[in-house]
Design a protein around this ligand. Structure first.
Ligand code: SF4
Ligand code: SF4
Length: 163
């Protein structure tokens, strides 16, 4: 049974901040190759992703910035005027063309995405563990207190790596 209590994982992330920070370096120093470590992380993540129902959570839609790429904008523009929803000033890179204006996301309807077929790629991909888990551990761990999938993957990875 996986931990899906959002209050619990938020508290754990605070309580164990030092533990997670140290684990980042522990994972970096693991003797596996980058590809082997990625394969291990994916093998751990797959059943957890399958078991946790995002439609009962939606915490990422309430908590995270949502980047919009040109292709995302093209898709969204078929259903809503882009000027209403995109903050163009807050793009961080050429392929992050803008960001959705509101947090929680204005498209969140209860715990469901009201623009699901048109949602940005960053929504489709989250949470991302690979490639290069070893070098993106800090970024992944940034979501450990908000995303039950990340929390449970890191829990299991810590166990498997002997942390
Ligand atoms: S667009 Fe949909 S999936 Fe993306 S953050 Fe908003 S509600 Fe969530
Ligand atoms: S990706 Fe994580 S935070 Fe987002 S809905 Fe799924 S379990 Fe919740």
């Amino acid at each position: 049974m996986y931990q899906t209590d959002l209050g619990f994982i938020a508290e754990e992330a605070k309580r164990r901040a030092d533990d997670y920070a140290a684990f980042r370096y522990y994972a970096e120093l693991d003797e596996r190759s980058d590809a082997e470590l990625d394969a291990l992380v994916e093998s751990i993540a797959a059943p957890i992703v399958n078991a946790i129902d995002c439609t009962q959570c939606a915490n990422c839609c309430r908590s995270l910035d949502v980047y919009v790429t040109p292709s995302d904008a093209q898709r969204l523009s078929t259903i809503i005027p882009l000027d209403d929803i995109i903050d163009y000033e807050r793009a961080h890179a050429d392929d992050e063309w803008g960001m959705l204006r509101d947090k929680p996301c204005r498209f969140l309807d209860g715990k469901l995405c009201s623009v699901y077929p048109h949602r940005p790629d960053s929504c489709r991909l989250y949470p991302v563990f690979t490639p290069d888990f070893r070098w993106t551990t800090e970024e992944v761990l940034g979501g450990v207190g908000l995303c039950p999938i990340i929390y449970n993957v890191i829990e299991e990875l810590q166990r498997v790596l002997g942390w």
